[in-house]
Write a protein that binds this ligand. Structure first.
Ligand code: ATP
Length: 363
């Protein structure tokens, strides 16, 4: 855990558009060299937060401190960042060289050094020979790499990426994802990327900030966000999770649909909640033998469907007609060993550590 002074400090930021609150008391520290993703559904405020950091939106309340300087009221041109937008935003009438050098013009850097820096960046993005081309002659992926080079040309302290991959097709997107990560690690530049794509956030970020309705729902490493979703919202948004409505009977027992179930968790005293577990955390067997109910949740369910997904099989199972189907992911080999057929009753066991219980918010 890095305990040094954060490179970027966001303190109690608030931003409204008319009566709509887009950012609601956002506080967040980002360390130097970190790659942070703002992740959340459309409209949750992630772009507004990125734009506030850039000075492209003005917050009503709160402060932004970058490298020890309060930049809260500085205009964008006086802040130290490079930015890449979803739509590339290159100047169509300028060559690639001139696009990348654009930000350097005001920096009084000698022409020769400017050219060297541009060529160095073209090498970094693995497009050394395209300097004399115009944006219209490049593919989408190439244009976005040029936009990245342009954002990095002034050697900013902070790189802001606003959904930089979403306009690209899937294959290019994967390739560029790796390139951005490699370049970011090599340069060690503090980076914030906005995305609504959980795979992007999970694979690229050192830490993920999950946002919901203008607030931070959770901040954590990809592993923490995936394995310990702090709220039902995060559990629903990141990865696929079985989320079953539950009625608490006492500290150890609850009703799932019409079934009374003993859990290894100590349940909070509340009326209703949601029990969650990931499909890959379920073990299956054809009888209830040898199952330790102090360490596992044990459920009986009927197999409805089996989908072969390549490396694993996804099973859909009915626990109770009143409940959503339960999904179970098994390695194909295990599925074959089980020799289970559709309609068969099977026993599910979920280890205590893989179970989450989210009490329903009090109205
Ligand atoms: P998306 O992925 O769709 O861009 P987002 O999480 O980035 O979503 P924002 O663009 O930050 O969301 O917008 C947050 C909310 O603020 C949305 O409801 C949006 O309609 C509203 N909003 C953003 N900019 C403005 C504006 N200039 N005027 C009015 N409302 C705005």
């Amino acid at each position: 855990m890095n305990t040094s002074t954060p490179y970027l400090q966001i303190e109690h930021l608030r931003k409204s558009f008319g009566s709509f609150t887009a950012l609601d008391d956002i506080s967040l520290d980002i360390q130097e060299g970190e790659f942070v993703c703002f992740l959340g559904p459309s409209g949750c405020g992630k772009t507004t937060l990125l734009r506030a950091i850039a000075g492209l939106e003005q917050q009503e309340e709160g402060a932004i401190v970058q490298a020890g300087q309060d930049v809260s009221v500085l205009p964008p041109q006086q802040r130290d960042f490079g930015i890449v937008f979803q739509s590339y935003a290159l100047f169509p009438n300028l060559t690639v060289n001139d696009n990348i050098a654009y930000g350097l013009a005001n920096m009084k850097i000698p022409r020769r050094e400017r050219q060297q820096r541009v060529q160095g960046l073209l090498d970094q993005i693995h497009l050394p020979d395209i300097g004399d081309k115009f944006p219209g002659q490049l593919s989408g992926g190439q244009q976005q790499r040029v936009a990245l080079a342009r954002a990095l040309a002034t050697e900013p302290g902070l790189l802001l990426l606003d959904e930089p991959l979403s306009a690209l097709d899937a294959r290019v997107r994967l390739h560029l994802r790796n390139e951005i990560c490699a370049l970011q690690r090599k340069l060690g530049i503090t980076t914030i990327m906005v995305t609504h794509d959980q795979d992007e956030a999970l694979t690229m970020a050192d830490r993920i900030v999950v946002m919901d309705h203008g607030r931070i729902a959770q901040i954590g490493t990809p592993e923490e966000i995936y394995q310990q979703p702090a709220t039902e919202f995060v559990a629903r948004f990141v990865g696929s999770m079985n989320l079953l409505p539950a009625r608490v009977l006492d500290h150890r027992n609850l009703m799932l649909g019409r079934k009374e179930v003993q859990t290894p968790l100590i349940l909070p005293v509340c009326a209703e909640g949601t029990l969650g577990f990931r499909p890959e955390c379920v073990q299956l067997q054809d009888g209830p033998w040898g199952l330790d109910r102090d360490e596992h949740l044990v459920l009986q369910a009927q197999l409805d469907q089996v989908y072969f997904m390549g490396a694993f099989a996804r099973l859909e199972m009915t626990l109770d007609a009143e409940l959503p189907l339960v999904q179970v992911d098994l390695p194909v080999e295990q599925m074959q060993n089980l020799e289970a057929g559709v309609g068969q009753s099977l026993w599910l066991s979920i280890p205590k550590a893989a179970l989450k219980f989210y009490p329903q918010a009090q109205q």
